[in-house]
Write a protein that binds this ligand. Sequence first.
Ligand SMILES: Cc1cc2nc3c(=O)[nH]c(=O)nc-3n(C[C@H](O)[C@H](O)[C@H](O)COP(=O)(O)OP(=O)(O)OC[C@H]3O[C@@H](n4cnc5c(N)ncnc54)[C@H](O)[C@@H]3O)c2cc1C
Length: 493
Amino acid sequence: MRPQPPYEVRKTWRNHLGNQSVDPLRIYSPRSIEEVSEIVRLAESHGVTTRAVGSGHSWSDVALTEGFLMRTHHLSRAPAPEPDFFAPAWSSRTLVRVEAGIRIKELNAHLDRHGLGLSQMGGYDHQTVAGVISTSTHGSGTEYGPLNDYAHSLDMVVSGGTVVRVERAGGPTDRAAYEAHHGDRRTLIQDDDVYDAVNVGMGCMGVVCTALIEVEAKYHMREVREMHPWAKVKADLLDGSVLDDNEHYELVFSPYARKHEYPCLVTTRNRVSDPRNRPWDKRMRNWLVELFAKLPITPHLLNLVLHIRPSLAPFLIETAMKALVKDRYDEVSYKVFNIGNANLVPAYSSEIGVPMDGRHIKAVERVFEVAAQRRQLGDVYQSSPIALRFVRQSPAMLSMMHGRDTMMMELIQLRGNEGGYEMLGAYEEALYELGGRPHWGQVNTLTGSHGLVASMYPRYEEWQAVHRRMNASGVFDSPFSKRSGIAMDRFTP
Ligand SMILES: Cc1cc2nc3c(=O)[nH]c(=O)nc-3n(C[C@H](O)[C@H](O)[C@H](O)COP(=O)(O)OP(=O)(O)OC[C@H]3O[C@@H](n4cnc5c(N)ncnc54)[C@H](O)[C@@H]3O)c2cc1C
């Protein structure tokens, strides 16, 4: 008999902010795909659930499980030990298979050492590869889909402890070579529908152990940040050329008008040649702002000020945006994508995707109304700038970007802001009326009632058909999947 993987008991797991926690029955830290398979089988044999977690950078409950929680920090090798067996048609593409518990930060370092870089990333790098794939984490730029779109092949452990490799039809793996190597111990599934369902699986489809990611040669970017009034930004967005002319375009805005204008900080990022001989001040962001954001005292100060004088929120938001203005910042791409120490400020957010068919403009103006109403009725304030990012549609069935180019609106609140969660709930309801879909990894109030998730995603039933296959025993169900109505049917007589 094989030795059982070691585990811990009576331990609490918390996400990075500490707003989500759970006391699972056991915490495992598997070191191989075989150990993952063993843990799934054990969970099934005891009739309890299991789920992998990444680095806990989801503000929602999406990573929680009450059964056997699997930490994935030991599954973080680059390159992954699993062989690829490339089909000839794929041999000219730049593909890297990594273990899925690696963080984006270490992946970037690995790629950099090999003269490579990610084509796109979000604004932070502490999340794991499996984490970003599972929740459809995204950056900005209408030529670029969410990060899951750059993965072409996933090694996964599904219900029954079965090890599968999932790809689209005609995917990168040569079937004959794969089967000759693995025999009937593993299964290669090359099927568009299965791939588009398991890619963005929120941990409900099984445990992702490796991902094959398409990358490109290392490159550099220039970031420019400018203040503009919403009236100009709105005109630019309606015209659309700012999105076509810039590789990456995004903005943050204040929902409070000052002198009849809603201030916006617009960021563009475009490729440049290697900036090594540029002056130093063009190769860094504003160091004073970076330092301020990093100081442990900063969030306490901001929360204290907002507690004593909440009406200062509009001023603080605008001041924070103005401090970030910069005529140019040139660096290697992954440093420019990372928005910097703002990520370290203790905060949480909801993020809602709305289609870029005119409803995206209405969405911003609805948020102005919600913020004004909360201020007028309850003296409640938005405590941070609100971000808009623009993402190409994704084929993944439960990506927030599925089937439509999407504007993602990130509604950020400082951790100590009174009424912050309630305000996020009000924004969320308002944006659902405009076709909004919530980011799986960010705060949301989705429930299983009113067929809500099915009404948001046109291929939901097809996703569920694959889910019934991959999660046949219900072993990957969780508090999140039960509250959102995604979990396997329960209590059937
Ligand atoms: C500071 C900060 C910045 C952020 N910036 C962005 C951004 O720019 N863009 C954006 O879109 N989002 C952003 N997010 C949200 C974040 O990217 C997502 O919530 C992401 O899923 C977190 O990844 P993680 O590795 O921490 O995974 P976790 O939060 O630990 O898990 C997320 C989900 O992935 C599943 N999962 C994890 N590992 C596996 C595995 N091996 N197999 C199967 N399922 C697995 C979990 O079960 C869970 O459902 C940000 C969050 C923070 C805290």
